[in-house]
Write a protein that binds this ligand. Structure first.
Ligand code: SF4
Length: 114
């Protein structure tokens, strides 16, 4: 679904049909450590770009809306984990190193043509 910021994000939900007026972010909705979501959070959120760069279904994201220092610089902080290897993923747009090591390289896919 397209966020108020115009990017695709699977965590965004809205329903304006048949008298409904509901919108929320599923990523932070059940996170008790997060501030409540507001539309403006989507405008600087890294999640849509992460999802576009890495579609690995084993990548699990956790989002927390936080205030920055002195109450400014509100932002969505993202932590990532690999549910396959049970490790933290430092750069979610790149992905889990162990998953990458398990993927076949070009040589395995196409054989040795030398
Ligand atoms: S805040 Fe981020 S994760 Fe949540 S709906 Fe907006 S873009 Fe998606």
């Amino acid at each position: 679904m397209q966020t108020p910021a115009g990017k695709e994000c699977r965590f965004y939900y809205e329903d304006y049909h048949r008298g409904n007026s509901e919108q929320y972010c599923r990523l932070v909705r059940n996170n008790p450590r997060s501030l409540d979501w507001k539309e403006k959070d989507c405008f600087h959120c890294p999640v849509p770009d992460i999802l576009r760069a890495n579609s690995n279904p084993d990548l699990v994201l956790e989002g927390t809306i936080k205030k920055g220092l002195l109450g400014i610089n509100r932002h969505v902080a993202v932590e990532a984990f690999c549910s396959r290897h049970l490790v933290e993923v430092e750069r979610p747009e790149v992905g889990c190193h162990q998953c990458a090591e398990e993927r076949p390289g070009l040589q395995e896919l196409f054989g040795d043509n030398t």
